[in-house]
Design a protein around this ligand. Structure first.
Ligand code: FES
Length: 109
C-alpha cells in the first residue's frame, strides 16, 4: 500500500485524541500498549489502528507509528496522555494545555 492509499493524512498525525489526560490503574508486570498515533478508539491504549498507516517503500513495509509499551514494576495509578503531544510518553506532561494542541484538537474530527 502506498502512503496515498492510507485512509489518513500522515501530516496531521498524531491526532489529538483528547485534550486531557486519563487516570489509569495499572498492574505490576503487565505490559500496556499506549497509542501514539491518536487514532485508537480505546484511548489511551492501542487498538492497532496505526497498522492502517502502513505503506510500502522500496519493497519494505513502513509503519510511521507503533504503540509504546509500558510495564510498571508495581501496581500504580498514573495519568496517561491522550493528546499525544507529551514529551514524556506515555505520561501527561501538561502539553495538552498549549494553545497549539487545543487548536489542533478543534480542527480534527
Ligand atoms: S494529555 Fe497529553 S500532555 Fe496532557
Amino acid at each position: 500500500m502506498s502512503e496515498s492509499q492510507t485512509p489518513y493524512n500522515l501530516n496531521e498525525l498524531p491526532k489529538v485524541a483528547q485534550c486531557f489526560p486519563v487516570e489509569v490503574h495499572l498492574k505490576a508486570g503487565k505490559t500496556y500498549s499506549w497509542c501514539t498515533c491518536g487514532l485508537s478508539r480505546v484511548q489511551p491504549f492501542c487498538d492497532s489502528e496505526h497498522k492502517k498507516l502502513g505503506y510500502e517503500e522500496n519493497g519494505e513495509l513502513k509503519l510511521p507509528f507503533r504503540s509504546l509499551k509500558y510495564t510498571p514494576e508495581k501496581d500504580e495509578s498514573v495519568w496517561f496522555c491522550q493528546c499525544k503531544q507529551t514529551k514524556n510518553p506515555p505520561f501527561c506532561d501538561g502539553s495538552h494545555n498549549k494553545e497549539a494542541v487545543q487548536a489542533k484538537h478543534a480542527q480534527t474530527p
